[in-house]
Design a binder for this molecule. Sequence first.
Ligand code: UD1
Length: 310
Amino acid sequence: MASYLVTGGAGFIGSNLTKKLIQQGHDVCVVDDLSMGQITNLEKNNNTHLQFYEHSITDKQFMQNLLLKNKFDYIVLLAAVASVADSIARPYATHKVNQEANINILETIRKYQLPIKKLLFSSSAAVYGNLPELPKREDSRVEPMTPYAVDKYATERFVLNYGRLYNLPTVATRFFNVYGPNQNPRSPYSGVLSIISECFKNKQEFTLFGDGSQERDFIYVEDVVAALEILLHSKAQHEVYNVATGQTVTLLGVIRQMEKLIGCQLQITKKPAREGDIQRSQADITKLRRLGFTAQNDLATGLKKYLHFS
Ligand code: UD1
């Protein structure tokens, strides 16, 4: 059995990964300041394999002590201020979390030559910006347009370059639109499908930004966890991988699918498109497929599971 550090492990993707690792009998140490994550995301787990620290990854001394005291085999860097809008409102505060804290972790590993088996950093499709070429390949042009995207891109490069320069087994992912259980719907910057599902549940109006024709490559969180496991255990290193399905749907299209499943109509209020919103997003996942990945859930299957219709 292996030992894992998952930063952001009480968050959406982190808690789904943590749960799976614990089910497999691994030991998981979670560091999460609960700014976006929720402790309830972790409570269902068997606690003997879980060590939880409510702490910010920006505390350099704390992180250094944690890394030196424990012998982690795998480090998964998922902690982030995951809101693009928040990064525009608080560019330096979010930079400290999204970039500086992660570089500090890398630097500790380098300086003390910690014998990790793999470090994975989670970057974002946001790095591709609004350039027209689709689908996005990992070597497509990037255009990070917000502090969030700049931090994700720069950190991803740091992580891969540290790996090459100092012989550390590092890898990075670019997540597209991930949905599924444990995504906090109560922030206006939460993933749109968690917001829509909450609106259905509470019979509230959904605010649609734009005309609903925007396209997204939605991936169910269970498949994201599977992709993370492949990347952690394969020989992949010093490379970045898109994590998506390669399939797109319009926002109105996904709303119609959810309406059919739930059997009621969503009340929609329209507002102008969000500043910097991307019209179309689609991944080329050839690189991840070469490592043996296939998404097990298409949108219909994922939505059924998410909305408990399976
Ligand atoms: C997502 C990620 C972001 C990442 C980006 C990469 C989430 C929460 N955000 O942003 O971290 O950097 O992909 O491309 O996963 N919408 C509404 N009403 C709402 C909320 C959203 O109409 O209440 C619309 C948005 O304007 C957008 C679409 O739904 O057009 C998807 O929004 P969202 O889930 O926030 O994801 P992205 O903007 O794609």
